[in-house]
Design a protein around this ligand. Structure first.
Ligand code: AMP
Ligand code: MG
Length: 308
């Protein structure tokens, strides 16, 4: 069901869920200050209560209503990358409901750059908690159609076209002057270290937590971002399956080419996987991208998509 911006904002204020476009992926949003509304997100997604949500804001001043501290590192990163695909995890103010942060004392905040996302937050007048608008561990949606395939008419969708970035935001945490990369994304480690005037080695890179623990980052679940079809990273695809490549084709029943630029590749990755998933191949083989910094975010998503 498609809706207007005004209707979507009214639903957010009334404690209901709305799916909306951002430049990364489509989000499943609720009023971040309404615990009962946020509970509906977890229920719709089948998301475990241990996975905190990103809260979307329309300005730095709205972010400052949620965080207990705004250190110079946050200011520098917001200046460089907001609005944009960067989430910052900072100490939360006590009025941010625990359900939003999975009980953590920190909250993830992001100012998206998609005009429709910004307009929705402004019109609703409240920060919007939103994970991706898909079921837990599955492929993220990058079009309104992907959202409808999952939720049908149960969730109204604002249609803002295909997402520009196409993979989830870069996530950093900032604690006591220490900056750590929790999830790679379109904004690279190098770009972050440049903006901070620090060497990349000074930025910690998170390691995946053990299973069942409260996750420092839900993107850290080993299996995530996965199509229903089995996905393997290999240059030697099954001849009876689908092969997703960007540089070198190989023999397969179905071959699908992605752009060889990492950002362009990311922008089309989930759409390609949604399409191949619908075709129900026995396996989707994916040509592994190189282990270089510019491919880090894509490689991260592909490894998680391939995890059992
Ligand atoms: P998604 O499921 O794509 O919405 O991802 C949510 C992301 O938010 C995760 O990857 C986390 O890194 C991040 N996040 C949100 N809140 C927190 C928090 N309080 N602490 C750590 N990470 C958080
Ligand atoms: Mg998600």
């Amino acid at each position: 069901m498609e809706i207007t911006l005004k209707d979507a904002a009214a639903r957010i204020r009334a404690g209901e869920l709305v799916a909306f476009p951002t430049e990364t992926v489509y989000g499943l949003g609720a009023n971040a200050l309404d615990a009962a509304a946020v509970a509906k997100i977890y229920e719709a997604k089948g998301r475990p209560a241990t996975s905190p949500l990103i809260v979307h804001v329309a300005s730095v001043s709205m972010a400052s209503t949620l965080v207990a501290a705004w250190p110079p590192e946050a200011e520098a990163l917001a200046q460089s990358f907001w609005p944009g695909p960067l989430t910052m995890v900072l100490p939360k103010k006590s009025h941010v409901p625990d359900i939003v942060t999975a009980g953590l004392p920190t909250v993830g905040v992001r100012m998206p750059e998609h005009p429709m996302a910004l307009a929705l937050i402004r019109e609703a007048g409240v920060p919007i908690a939103a994970p991706s608008a898909n079921r837990f561990t599955q492929l993220s949606p990058t079009t309104a159609e992907h959202v409808r395939e999952t939720f049908g008419d149960a969730i109204p969708v604002l249609d803002g076209g295909p997402c520009r970035v196409g993979i989830e935001s870069t996530v950093v945490s900032i604690t006591a002057g220490k900056v750590a990369l929790l999830r790679p994304g379109n904004i690279s480690l190098d770009a972050i270290s440049d903006a901070l005037g620090r060497a990349p080695e000074e930025i910690a890179q998170a390691v995946a937590p053990s299973e069942g623990s409260s996750h420092s980052s839900p993107g850290m679940h080993e299996r995530h971002y996965s199509p229903r079809t089995r996905l393997v990273l290999t240059n030697v695809p099954s001849e009876a399956g689908a092969y997703l490549f960007y540089a070198h084709a190989a023999k397969a029943a179905r071959i699908f080419q992605l752009p060889n630029d990492p950002n362009e590749y990311a922008a089309h990755l989930y759409s390609a996987l949604h399409e191949l998933d619908r075709e129900a191949w026995p396996v989707i083989s994916v040509e592994p991208p190189p282990q270089t910094p510019e491919w880090a975010a894509v490689l991260d998503r592909l490894k998680r998509a391939a995890a059992k």
